[in-house]
Design a protein around this ligand. Structure first.
Ligand code: NDP
Length: 384
C-alpha cells in the first residue's frame, strides 16, 4: 500500500489522480488532500476517500470545511504554511505535486527535504528553482517521478538504459492556434485559447499551451529532470499528440512512448513505478494513427518558446522572472485585460527590467517572484 498526499486534489490532475486511486484500492491509500478555495469539492473528496487530513489554503474557508467534516475522523488545516508543512508527515510515502504555478513550490520543496518521493506535475517548481529542487532531492534521496506526459514518456523510454542520452525530442500539439496567421492571432479571445485541440486541462496550462509557453517551461523542466544541455532538447510540433516524446540514444536509436491523450496513464505510472499496474482505460487505436506529423515550431509566431530558451541559457533567477511574469500575464489575459499577442511582450519586458542574480538562494527566488510580479503588473497597466 502506497500512502499518498494529493496536493491540488480539486484541479484537473488532482481529480484524475483520485480516479486512479479509485481503480487501485489495494495499492493506494489517500492520506492528505488539498485545495486552494474549492471547499465544496474538497469536502466531497474527503468524504469519499477518507484521508487522514485535508488542507484548504484559503483560510476564510476553514470553518466551512471543519464544520462539514466534524463527523469524520479527518483533521482539517488551513493556510499556506499548513499546506507547505503537511507533506512532512511520517505517514506519507509519496506526494503528488499538482498545485498550479509558483504556489506549488514551498510544498514540493518541503516534501523533497523530508525525503518523500514526489510525483511531479507542477512544472513551474522546476522552472522557478530547478537547481535547488534537484539538489534537495539528491541530498535527501527523494526521487522525483515526472507526471507531465512528455517527461513521463522520456522517463519511461529511459527505463533499462544505462548510457547517456544524446538528445530528446519533446513533442508539442501546437495548441489551438497552430495554423493561425499573425493577424488572426491578434484577434483571438480567451474562449478561443481555452479550446485545446487534444487535452482537457486547467485554465492556466491551457493558455500556456496556446502561447507555447507551456512547451518552453517543459524544455526547462526536462533540462533539470534529465540533466541535459539546452542543445540536447528539441521541440517538435506533432499535432496528433500520439507520440508523447522521444529519446535519441548514443547509437542513434530513437525510443518513443505512445498513448492516448489521457493524463491517468502518466499519473498511474508515477504511482506504480517501478511496476506497471493494469488499467482498463481505452487503448490507442492504430486507426487513429494513419498520419503522424512532426515539424519545427515557429518561434516567430510563438515567441514564448524562444523566451524560455533565452531564460534557460541565461540561468540564475531569469526562469523565475519568466514564470512570475507569465502567471501575471495569463491572469490578465483570462480577465480580458491583455490581448493574446501582448503576452510575450510582457514577459520579455519583465525579463529585461528585473535585475539578474547568478546563484539565487531560496529567499532570492521568493523575492524575485514578488518583484517580477510587480514589474509585470506595472507593464500591463502601462499597456492598457
Ligand atoms: P488546475 O487549475 O486544474 O488545478 C490547480 C489545483 O491547485 C487546484 O486544486 C487548486 O485549488 C490548487 N491551487 C491553485 N492555486 C493554489 C494556491 N495558491 N495554493 C494552494 N493550492 C492552489 O491545474 P491543473 O491540474 O491543470 O495543473 C496542475 C499542475 O499540473 C500545473 O503545474 C500544470 O502545469 C501541471 N500539468 C497539468 C496537466 C493537465 O493535464 N492538467 C498536464 C501536465 C502538467 P482550487 O481548485 O481550490 O482552486
Amino acid at each position: 500500500m502506497k500512502r499518498i498526499a494529493i496536493l491540488g486534489s480539486t484541479g484537473s490532475i488532482g481529480i484524475q489522480a483520485l480516479e486512479v486511486v479509485r481503480s487501485h484500492p489495494e495499492q493506494l491509500e489517500v492520506i492528505c488532500l488539498t485545495a486552494n478555495s474549492n471547499a465544496e469539492l474538497l469536502m466531497e473528496q474527503a468524504k469519499t476517500f477518507n484521508p487522514d487530513c485535508v488542507v484548504i489554503a484559503d483560510e476564510e474557508k476553514y470553518t466551512i470545511v471543519r464544520d462539514a467534516l466534524a463527523q469524520y475522523p479527518i483533521k482539517v488545516y488551513a493556510g499556506s504554511d499548513a499546506l507547505a508543512q503537511v507533506v512532512e508527515q511520517s505517514n506519507i510515502d509519496m506526494v503528488l505535486a499538482a498545485i498550479v504555478g509558483y504556489a506549488g513550490l514551498p510544498s514540493t520543496f518541503n516534501a523533497l527535504k523530508s525525503g518523500k518521493a514526489v510525483a511531479l506535475a507542477n512544472k513551474e517548481t522546476l522552472v522557478v528553482a530547478g537547481d535547488l529542487i534537484i539538489k534537495t532531492a539528491r541530498e535527501n534521496n527523494a526521487p522525483i517521478i515526472p507526471v507531465d506526459s512528455e517527461h513521463s514518456a522520456i522517463f519511461q523510454c529511459l527505463v533499462g538504459e544505462y548510457g547517456p542520452v544524446e538528445k530528446i525530442y519533446l513533442t508539442a500539439s501546437g495548441g489551438p492556434f497552430l495554423n493561425h496567421t499573425q493577424n488572426q492571432l491578434r484577434l483571438v479571445t480567451k474562449d478561443d485559447a481555452l479550446k485545446h485541440p487534444s487535452w482537457v486541462m486547467g485554465e492556466k496550462i491551457t493558455i500556456d499551451c496556446a502561447s507555447m509557453m507551456n512547451k518552453g517551461f517543459e524544455v526547462i523542466e526536462a533540462k533539470w529532470l534529465f540533466d541535459l544541455k539546452p542543445e540536447q532538447i528539441e521541440v517538435l510540433v506533432h499535432p496528433q499528440s500520439i507520440v508523447h516524446s522521444m529519446v535519441q540514444l548514443k547509437d542513434g536509436s530513437i525510443k518513443a512512448q505512445l498513448g492516448r491523450t489521457d493524463m491517468k496513464l502518466p499519473i498511474r505510472y508515477a504511482f506504480s513505478f517501478p511496476e506497471r499496474w493494469e488499467s482498463g482505460d481505452k487503448r490507442l487505436s492504430f486507426d487513429d494513427m494513419r498520419l503522424l506529423e512532426f515539424r519545427q515550431p515557429d518561434t516567430e509566431k510563438f515567441p514564448c518558446l524562444a523566451l524560455a530558451y533565452e531564460a534557460m541559457n541565461k540561468g540564475g533567477n531569469v526562469p523565475c522572472i519568466l514564470n512570475a511574469a507569465n502567471e501575471i500575464a495569463v491572469e490578465a489575459f483570462l480577465n480580458n485585460r491583455l490581448v493574446f499577442t501582448m503576452l510575450p511582450k510582457v514577459l520579455a519586458a519583465t525579463m529585461e527590467k528585473h535585475h539578474f542574480i547568478a546563484n539565487p538562494t531560496f529567499d532570492d527566488y521568493l523575492n524575485t517572484n514578488k518583484e517580477a510580479r510587480r514589474i509585470a503588473t506595472e507593464i500591463i497597466r502601462a499597456m492598457a
